[in-house]
Write a protein of this length. Structure first.
Length: 240
């Protein structure tokens, strides 16, 4: 099935190889401990993030999510979809209704999702097309607050840090064609058997559900070469 190909992490963490004792402990824990919270993260989506303050810091993020209710989703982020993937951060997702209840200062931490959905950048590998589109319909007009704690890869294709270093970084969404490093997007699509262009075409009808969102123009000054936002992607207060 397209999109279900495995993507290994770009880097191996620093440290010695796991000892037999540690491996045995892990097997015993799996048998004896009922790790309930992690079992709930059963929705898998893949997207592209960039740093809000450092937009050149771009990464593919593999999200494993738990939908707590109709308005709130929490996700753990990895740099791959295999057993050796590295945990690189977290993301919370809220509906438009919940976003509107946030204090003004808090709203600046949350990025808009309409471009991610309508551009085809956000995908749910392995889901039947009908189910994936319904998930994307639900995410229209929503907002995400992702913090990356480990930058294991660089969009140039070079490996990143072999340990989590420095402060967590608030990440942002792309909102215009020309903001994403095309090498990063092509690499993801080729390795995972995805077709972003086809997804974009299939989701064109979702644009009618779109409402203007806050944060669409946040990175506009960083990407002067980018095109105007496509249909369905507009900053709150802008015309059209």
């Amino acid at each position: 099935m397209a999109g279900t190909e495995k993507r290994h992490p770009p880097i191996k963490p620093a440290g010695e190889q796991k000892t037999p004792k540690a491996a045995t402990l892990g097997v015993g824990a799996a048998v004896l401990q009922d790790v309930i919270p992690t079992k709930q993260f059963d929705v898998y989506v893949v997207g592209l993030h960039c740093g809000k303050e450092k937009p050149a810091r771009q990464m593919v993020a593999h999200h494993y999510c738990n939908q707590l209710n109709e308005d709130f989703i929490q996700c753990v982020l990895f740099d791959g979809n295999t057993e050796d993937a590295n945990l690189i951060g977290i993301e919370y997702i809220v509906s438009e209704n919940l976003f509107d209840t946030l204090p003004e200062e808090e709203k600046g931490y949350w990025h808009p999702h309409n471009y991610e959905v309508l551009s085809g950048q956000l995908v749910a590998p392995g889901l039947p097309e009908v189910a994936e589109k319904e998930l994307m319909r639900m995410l229209m007009n929503s907002y995400g607050k992702p913090w990356h704690t480990w930058h294991t890869a660089r969009h140039t294709g070079e490996p990143g840090d072999n340990l989590p270093l420095g402060d967590p970084m608030l990440m942002w969404s792309f909102n215009r064609d020309g903001e994403t490093d095309q090498k990063l997007e092509r690499d993801r699509d080729e390795h995972m058997g995805l077709d972003t262009s086809a997804k974009r075409s299939d989701r064109r009808d979702l644009a009618r559900l779109a409402r203007p969102q806050r944060g669409v123009d946040t990175l506009k000054g960083y990407f002067p070469q980018a095109a105007e936002p496509p249909e369905g992607v507009r900053e709150t207060g802008s015309e059209g």
